[in-house]
Design a protein around this ligand. Structure first.
Ligand SMILES: NC(=O)c1ccc[n+]([C@@H]2O[C@H](COP(=O)([O-])OP(=O)(O)OC[C@H]3O[C@@H](n4cnc5c(N)ncnc54)[C@H](OP(=O)(O)O)[C@@H]3O)[C@@H](O)[C@H]2O)c1
Length: 156
């Protein structure tokens, strides 16, 4: 097995090992898992409206959930309306903007406006941000390794 120079840094892949992603086939198999009670719910992640439109043209079981990045600075208004109309639950990932990660930024946690709102309500910026998501009718996957912050994130 040899890696194509420049394509992968690690050499555990061969170009011939890579298959085109066949979404229709994958979803058909997931639908079978659901029908066999091997999966209670099946869903997607990072699907735009265009992707969902195409997807719903062949899916016999629509996705229960679409997990996408969503937070006070990346509000996903069109997508959430679309999903609501199609009865697809939206789960917001990086609900606090994933500050301190390689993909996130500080726009939510360092927002002066959110700080003002938080201060006015005796809450933290994280709590105000999560409450905003809750009020949009979406679910969210907030992550913390800190027990106190986990507790705080429940008290919205
Ligand atoms: N489907 C996808 O493509 C995708 C992509 C990215 C992420 N995700 C998932 O989404 C989940 C969460 O996203 P995320 O980790 O990117 O972002 P996030 O929940 O917006 O941010 C997590 C960061 O915020 C901190 N934090 C948590 N609660 C806080 C609070 N109350 N006050 C201050 N800081 C707080 C955490 O630090 P401490 O641990 O120190 O509290 C952690 O560094 C993860 O489970 C991840 O797997 C999914």
């Amino acid at each position: 097995m040899s890696a194509k120079p420049g394509l992968f840094k690690a050499s555990y892949h061969d170009e011939n090992d890579l298959l085109p992603f066949d979404l229709k086939r994958v979803w058909t198999l997931l639908e079978q898992c659901h029908k066999l009670d091997l999966a209670i719910s099946i869903g997607v992640s990072n699907f735009s409206i265009n992707k969902l439109e195409n997807f719903l043209s062949f899916a016999t079981i629509p996705p229960a959930v679409n997990q996408v990045e969503m937070n006070a600075s990346w509000q996903q208004k069109n997508l959430t309306e679309y999903c609501k109309a199609k009865s697809i639950i939206v789960t917001a990932y990086s609900p606090l903007g994933a500050k301190g990660t390689s993909w996130g930024n500080n726009d939510v946690m360092d927002s002066e406006l959110l700080k003002e709102v938080a201060q006015a309500h005796g809450k933290t910026v994280a709590q105000v941000s999560l409450r905003w998501l809750y009020e949009q009718g979406v679910t969210f996957a907030v992550k913390s390794y800190n027990k106190e912050r986990m507790k705080q994130n429940l008290e919205i």
